[in-house]
Design a protein around this ligand. Structure first.
Ligand SMILES: Cc1cc2nc3c(=O)[nH]c(=O)nc-3n(C[C@H](O)[C@H](O)[C@H](O)COP(=O)(O)O)c2cc1C
Length: 220
């Protein structure tokens, strides 16, 4: 197996971490960097990563994550927020600044207006199957999450995806500890617990490729 295959094999949904072991800042940033480098629609990076290493805040999160032990035993708990639709209006500073980065003249307000408007038009008319902007952002969070999970495994760090959380409960805790948090602008996409395993995992259960793939070729 090459290193990437080893990482995929190593990663599993870790149910209990060794709470005496902490991830170094360097390793943590390696993981977050994998999230930052992830692809996003129009390059709008509709995410924000909240990193929790406070034991007290983890205890509060534990109760709104259905008392899952991963939350209190992990080294770092990452709440992956998604940007809601109000970040993607013509007046939104976030959209304007994100677009301005890509223009030859970052101060050309007309060019910024035009580029923003074409994205807004797409969001109004082009999203498939009635998808909302909020849902589209949330789906993109999952791409960043997948990359972070793999990056962690690549460094020998365990993880657990935590989709089992009460959205409003997490939002309430964020409101308490994160002065800049706005529930109008952000939703909680997914949470990720990172740390070091205490037990060896079972081997992965997966369908063989033949069961989950269909090739469309010239012979069809
Ligand atoms: C969207 C999503 C939500 C999940 N939520 C939880 C969770 O709340 N708690 C948990 O222990 N595992 C959670 N998992 C992990 C899955 O249960 C796990 O990946 C799956 O059972 C396969 O096991 P493996 O990853 O160890 O191969 C979640 C995975 C995904 C993709």
């Amino acid at each position: 197996m090459d290193k990437l295959e080893q990482a995929f094999d190593f990663r599993h949904a870790c149910k209990k971490f060794d709470n005496t072991k902490k991830i170094s800042q360097q390793d943590l940033e390696y993981i977050l960097e994998a999230g930052r480098q992830s692809p996003s629609a129009f390059g709008l990076e509709p995410w924000h990563f909240v990193i929790v290493d406070s034991e007290n805040i983890k205890k509060e999160l534990h109760t709104v994550c259905y008392n899952q032990e991963q939350v209190t035993t992990c080294s770092h708990f990452v709440i992956v927020l998604y940007r809601k639709a109000n970040n993607f209006t013509l007046q939104s500073e976030y959209l304007r600044q994100t677009i301005a980065r890509t223009l030859p003249d970052a101060n050309d307000q007309t060019a910024i207006d035009d580029a923003c408007q074409s994205i807004i038009n797409f969001y109004q008319h082009g999203l498939a199957n009635g998808l909302t902007i909020n849902h589209s952002s949330e789906m993109q969070d999952y791409i960043a999450c997948a990359n972070m999970l793999t990056a962690a495994a690549y460094r020998g760090i365990d993880s657990c995806t935590i989709g089992g959380f009460q959205h409003d409960g997490v939002v309430q805790i964020l409101g308490k500890y994160m002065p800049k948090f706005s529930r109008e602008s952000f939703g909680v996409g997914l949470c990720l617990a990172f740390g070091y395993r205490i037990n060896e995992p079972e081997s992965h259960t997966r369908w063989p490729l033949a069961n989950i793939t269909t090739y469309l070729t010239e012979s069809n």
